[in-house]
Design a protein around this ligand. Sequence first.
Ligand SMILES: [Zn+2]
Length: 320
Amino acid sequence: MNLTNGLYNFYYHDVSDCEVVPAGFRTRPSRFREEIRFIADNFAVLPFNQAIAEQRRHLQTGTHWQCPTATVTFDDGYRGVLNAAAPVLQEFRVPATVFLNSAYLSGGYVCPVVLASYADRHWARAQIEEAFEEIAPGQSLRNFVRNRLDRTVFEKMNALLGASLHGSELYLTTADLHRLPTDLIQFGNHTYHHLRLSLLARAEQREEIVSNDAALRGTPGYQPLISIPFGGADSFDEDTRALVRELGDGYLILATGSIRHRDQDGLLTVERMGMSDNKPPIRRLIERRLRGLPDRSAVASRFRSLGAGLRWGRLRQPIR
Ligand SMILES: [Zn+2]
């Protein structure tokens, strides 16, 4: 595959066949293995913290990646990272960073989007409308919860539905973190409860970041990097940007995009590509995400240097 040189950040949620986890948050283990094999075969793979530091250096000095480079990250701390993903990462020697929410890791909570998705499938519509009067006709509870996920909705969803999924052991525990291979796996901060930060006042956003950081500090392999929950353009605001600059080493780690990372006012916006069973095969996904970007592939740079040769009169033959 002819890949443009650049930094490709791939991110996963769960790696399992667990049907409680919505398909968009889940990659089946056989597919995961094929994708990691593809990544190991086609990219230089770096630890995430090292890769984004290198990306910042390239943007600051006007230099470019010399080969297609990749990172692998996981959000939300699913148990499949330990059970299914870690053996594959070890087999292909691929490093990864797991962005954790302490509410799931050790707080006994379940992500409200997962709970809502469960209710959409198992609850009668009348029951949902009774519990959530503001839901629009035809709107899924999952969509409703995603858009309004503040602390009140978080607590309400867990009170109503948490018990139905508590036995599912969806998430890593604090003890599990020590069972992951320390030479390959690092951890990062995905905020305490995984709320939509743009709905929160600055002080509450700060608390989400700082309390999760405090809970994770001391975990071997922890890096104080903040990945924004949901990670889309509407999931953070100016307060988030200020907090990330202050507390997160100036990296705004998003869940959308391709390889167009940008340095704006000392803040490096890092794009990632989401992977799941709902996504097209990895080659097609990459082709789609790269569409419209300038080509910096090895082949393209060879033609550029041939072009330079022509200008200096060293090449007499037309390029075929
Ligand atoms: Zn997340």
